[in-house]
Design a protein around this ligand. Structure first.
Ligand SMILES: Nc1ncnc2c1ncn2[C@@H]1O[C@H](COP(=O)(O)OP(=O)(O)OP(=O)(O)O)[C@@H](O)[C@H]1O
Length: 571
């Protein structure tokens, strides 16, 4: 467990962690030894000179004071290590997440990681701060007492020692049976959270379709499944807890019987038997608490396991000897790429000379968005190469590559802040004038005028106070401000009202001027403005040429527009 903690957190915590564990162990041994002082005290009290107990009682008192100080110091150290580790873990996770490829951030991943990070981090803190001391106590104090028993009377000590392997076996067995049910419970938890979010987010759709009841049943089923698996998890720990109680009781009874037998045989005095029983009783409490602490530790371990999986996800390798791109032309050279088993790019070769515009057209799922993502190195290709300025994107420093590219995607995320702050994300060191100029060029000033508070108005979490088209304009303004030589556009004008569409088009025209552009387009007006068009289907370039050429050819591209331009679907 500690090894796992250190792997997840980094080995710089090994030293303080070892120190804390050593301190906690010393405290637990002292606790055991203090109980051992009962032996001479009881012997003196039951002997011919009870006053002999005084020096032992004074030693006991002094021992208690030392113990109190050690306990305080070791608990404090546990808390300190816990909080330092928590801070360290936030940094480690943050640094790692910042290096993971953008393609890794699917919606499901983001939800899972945010849940795991908050829970996993607290679990790690909890281990050091709250669980470590009781765990060490529950193991070391009884062992110290058993050692004292062995010294005192080897037969009784040996009888008590038999408990150790049995307790260890029970712990291992409970851990195994809990691991399976715990994994299942975690999966059910995730599923239920997803269903709750789906149910809440899809309210407008569900109500419009009158399907609220049906989806609620699904949610209800999922919550019941969580309840069932939680019950199974609790039940899986029950045999361990009962087994532990029975073992402790059995050992206690065995000691009682053995002690009585030895006393009757005259091998040992009544005072000694009584002392042994008192010591054995003192072992029982910490041993019994093992099942509870063990359960909590195992829970923390599963959280850490999940965190470990994220931390072990490899970022895309950075070039050891980065090359700067020469120019802004783009090239796909026999590119193949898979999402899992699904082939998404299959031998794609194409090129976009510097300052030219390429439109990518094709049916849904053809791989158009993936093509853009490969230019920005959201993922690495499986075969072939994507080149920017004649250099493989894998040989370009990520920051340099990103500085060359401005991206405008369909889904725009705005942070809770002013429009100005959101536009500034395009180039944080831009002057106020530059930010305003980019905003005006993207026709954002119209939006600002409408907002109460103008430029200082907040756009709400995720840009909730703006319409889809208005958010697009912010995203175009960001790209304009960034002023990168390569622009990637993904269907930015679909589903916009005429006013927004005109504004967005105007912004896009300004953005594209003089730059190398790859745009995924579903509208003929946009495609007509491109220098070249590729028609993509099932990850392959099916046709390539200018818009007019391809229309004349009468192939897939021409068919595509014939269908798209029928009255029901025309623009
Ligand atoms: N993160 C992902 N994980 C697994 N498969 C994915 C992922 N992203 C895309 N795909 C799959 O890759 C294929 C190509 O997707 P892509 O988004 O590039 O298509 P597209 O042509 O842009 O489609 P659309 O026009 O509908 O947006 C699809 O079959 C899609 O299901």
């Amino acid at each position: 467990m500690i090894r796992m903690l250190l792997r997840v957190l980094g080995h710089e915590y090994a030293k303080p962690m070892r120190r804390t564990v050593a301190m906690m162990t010393a405290t637990a041994i002292l606790e055991g030894l203090l109980y051992a002082l009962l032996v001479p005290v009881l012997q003196a009290l039951f002997g011919s000179t009870p006053a002999d107990a005084w020096p032992w009682l004074i030693a006991f008192g002094a021992g208690v004071v030392v113990y109190a100080v050690m306990r305080y110091v070791s608990d404090l150290s546990g808390m300190r290590v816990g909080t330092t580790m928590l801070r360290g873990m936030y940094h480690r996770l943050g640094d790692h997440l910042a290096r993971l490829p953008i393609g890794w951030y699917t919606e499901a991943r983001v939800g899972e990681v945010s849940m795991m990070a908050s829970r996993g981090l607290l679990a790690a803190l909890g281990v050091a701060a709250h669980l470590l001391a009781p765990f060490i106590n529950a193991l070391v104090t009884p062992l110290t007492i058993v050692v004292v028993m062995l010294v005192f009377n080897w037969q009784l000590g040996l009888a008590a020692l038999i408990a150790a392997p049995v307790v260890a076996l029970i712990q291992v067995w409970t851990a195994r049976s809990m691991a399976t049910t715990d994994a299942e419970r975690h999966e059910r938890d995730n599923e239920a959270s997803a269903r709750v979010i789906e149910y809440l987010q899809a309210q407008p759709v569900l109500r419009a379709g009158g399907r609220t009841g049906e989806r609620f049943e699904l949610l209800d089923d999922s919550l019941q499944e969580v309840e069932r698996t939680s019950r199974r998890t609790v039940l899986s720990t029950l045999p361990g807890a009962v087994g532990l109680t029975l073992t402790v009781q059995a050992i206690f009874t065995a000691l009682l019987v053995l002690g009585t037998y030895l006393a009757l045989g005259g091998n040992i005095g009544v005072a000694e038997v009584l002392t042994i029983l008192v010591l054995a009783a003192r072992c029982a409490d910490p041993l019994l608490s093992l099942s509870d602490i063990g359960g909590k530790l195992r829970g923390a371990r599963s959280e850490l396991d999940r965190l470990d999986t994220v931390l072990r996800t490899q970022p895309l390798p950075e070039p050891s000897d980065p090359v700067r791109p020469e120019g802004n032309d783009l090239e796909f050279d026999s590119v193949a790429f898979k999402h899992g088993d699904r082939v998404v790019m299959d031998g794609v070769s194409l090129s976009v000379p510097s300052g030219q515009r390429l439109a990518v057209v094709g049916p849904s799922g053809a791989g158009k968005s993936t093509l853009l993502q490969l230019v920005a190195r959201f993922y690495d290709v499986d075969a072939g190469a994507v080149r920017v300025g004649g250099v493989d994107v894998r040989s370009i420093d990520t920051e340099v590559l990103m500085s060359q590219i401005a991206i405008v995607f369909q889904n725009v995320y705005l942070f809770d802040g002013t429009i100005e702050e959101n536009v500034r994300l395009g180039r944080p060191d831009a002057s106020d004038e530059e930010v305003r100029a980019a905003a005006s060029a993207a026709r954002l000033d119209e939006v600002v005028e409408r907002l109460p508070g103008g430029w200082a108005a907040d756009v709400g979490e995720g840009g909730a106070l703006l319409s889809g088209g208005e958010r697009q304009r912010v995203s175009i303004a960001r790209a304009l401000l960034k002023n990168a030589p390569i622009v990637l556009l993904d269907e930015v004008t679909s589903a916009l009202d005429p006013v927004n569409e005109a504004a967005v088009h105007e912004g896009i025209e300004r953005l594209m001027a003089g730059r190398t552009v790859v745009m995924v387009a579903h509208r003929m007006r946009t495609v007509q403005r491109a220098d070249r068009v590729v028609f993509l289907d099932d990850g392959k370039v099916v046709e390539e040429g200018s818009h007019d050429e391809l229309l004349r050819r009468g192939g897939r591209y021409a068919d595509f527009w014939n269908i798209a331009m029928t009255p029901a679907s025309s623009e």
